[in-house]
Design a protein around this ligand. Sequence first.
Ligand code: 5RP
Length: 260
Amino acid sequence: PVTPGKQLPTSVELPVLPAVEGAKRLAAYAAVDDYVGLQHKVIGIGSGSTVPYVVDRILAQGLQANKERVFIPTGFQSKELIIKAGLTLGDVDQYATIDVTIDGADEVDNELNSIKGGGACQLREKVLAEAAETWIMVADYRKNSHVLGTTWTQGIPIEVAPFAYAKVLTNLSHMGSLSTLPNGKPGLNLRMGKMKAGPVVSDNGNFIIDAPFPEEMMKKPVDLLHRIKMLTGVVEVGLFCGMAKAAYFGNEDGTVMIRR
Ligand code: 5RP
């Protein structure tokens, strides 16, 4: 079910932000209000540019006051966020069960399947999603989609062991990954750093391949996930299927759409 147009109850005037940033903030604030409370003692914090608003709202709700409440990061960025906010830092190897994790997403379909890993954090993100009794996604309106791969066209982020990447690229290509994107640019790619001096390296020391697939295959994300995961050398796939309890999308008009 979808709840469109929920207004965020807020007692304070919020600073004006550009539309997309405002939408991220709305989604994050509404998700924290609905899913994070005093009863929760172990909270997972995801990665990306929407998640800082999750931490903002946690602080505004006073949830940091109890130092026994522990916050678990999905990577370096969220670890820094947790420390800078003065929250108590924990790790998933200490807390195999997390009460609630809130994370961003690159694209979410009607069934709450998602593409994640735009920030190369999908392995830890998936471990925290699986460890969480409740896993919630927060995003702006651009991430709301019917079929995965429609708006996130650069491909499914796949974390691979560095020495296996060439073999995985070949096997993905045999599986039917596209060699060119709809815009004519090369598709199946080892993700390179901004300066193109070398590959992006994840927090776990692995490389990232971005693999686009034809729409027919993207329409069956569970099958695709299982097939990619079986390739030797693949550590984790940025397809999250059947894990989320809800997705919150901030809209440009100041409302939040909730998909459950
Ligand atoms: C990182 C992720 C992020 O959650 C995803 O890229 C969304 O980021 P943003 O909130 O900046 O749109 O999966 O690996």
